[in-house]
Design a protein around this ligand. Sequence first.
Ligand code: NAD
Ligand code: 13P
Length: 342
Amino acid sequence: MSKERVCIIGSGNWGSAVGKIVAENVLKNSDIFEREVRQWVFEEEFNGEKLTDVINRERENPKYLPGIKFTDNIKAMPSLVEASRGASVLIFVLPHQFVRGVCNEMKDHIAPNAKAISLIKGLEIKPEGVTLFSEEISRQLGINVAALSGANIADEVALERFCETTIGSRSNEDGELFFKLFNTSYFHVNVIRDYVGVELCGALKNVVAVGAGISDGLGYGSNTKAAIIRLGLMEMRKFGQTFFGTVEDTTFFESCGVADLITTCSGGRNRKVAEAFAKTGKPIDVLERQMLNGQKLQGTLTAQEVHQFLEARQMTKDFPLFDTVYRIIYENAPLESIVRDI
Ligand code: NAD
Ligand code: 13P
């Protein structure tokens, strides 16, 4: 049987941390996986050089994950077609605003037996409906797609600090394969079937993190933030159960659920930028550029997408925390409404 050829689509902060894990694990499972892991890098200049050249020479991504070395079996490639050619395992890990078009470009080049996993924390929300990225990728490529999400701040994972993560997979066989690709002594994977719940948690917690950041910016303290986390968790569950009947309560007790909410609302980028928004009043896109060095926020965009979706159903009032976060960021609602209106 031929070995699995792995391609990582994305090379930001999390894409790089995951690249390190995956490249190490294919070496440990050389009976299953080909040695080389190809990584598609959205090409850009870094200190006057191509970022892909720097990554391949330095064995490090100094723009998005400085100071962390990769094993020599990861190859950064600027062409999506070349990176995905013949790939049988696809790992999607890019900010959700950039997913459109990617599948179309690679669909004629992947292996016929390919399977994929989405690490994207975001939803494809259009006024007419919500689509999970795993489902959208599955539809466009005609393959099975699992989801991975958890309390996983990339910089900490890259430093090999212990954490857990959740993989949601409909197929047991794919679940076992992805376990081998991602699990390490410091990155504990639990595989469950509720891929919908895994992905919904990963997307919606970013909206809650923006609320937590606003509260921090106002100096409201730990009790208020805990209340925002609790109410956020309830709205996440309500959203899942209202629009995706299959979401299971137990999923919220996995790393992708309550654990990710806690970590994102303390150490995440969405929280940090929202705190600065509350303190300075500067626009979010300006703060994103100033504070994140090319990394991307997902929570404010997801708040807007969720709002459009709920508004189309006249249901914004049923999700007061999501609604309040949206109104503060996009409609100049007073910052204090983060406690007054939820
Ligand atoms: P990031 O926030 O570091 O974003 C930067 C990436 O976006 C770079 O690879 C850049 O090349 C790419 N990019 C910029 N413009 C682009 C374009 N026009 N087209 C395609 N790519 C473009 O990315 P990340 O941290 O790797 O996040 C990827 C996903 O993983 C997100 O959904 C995020 O929520 C999720 N995630 C992130 C973390 C984390 O701690 N960083 C942890 C878990 C999950
Ligand atoms: P941020 O994008 O807010 O940094 O969250 C990272 C994350 O998803 C941690 O699990």
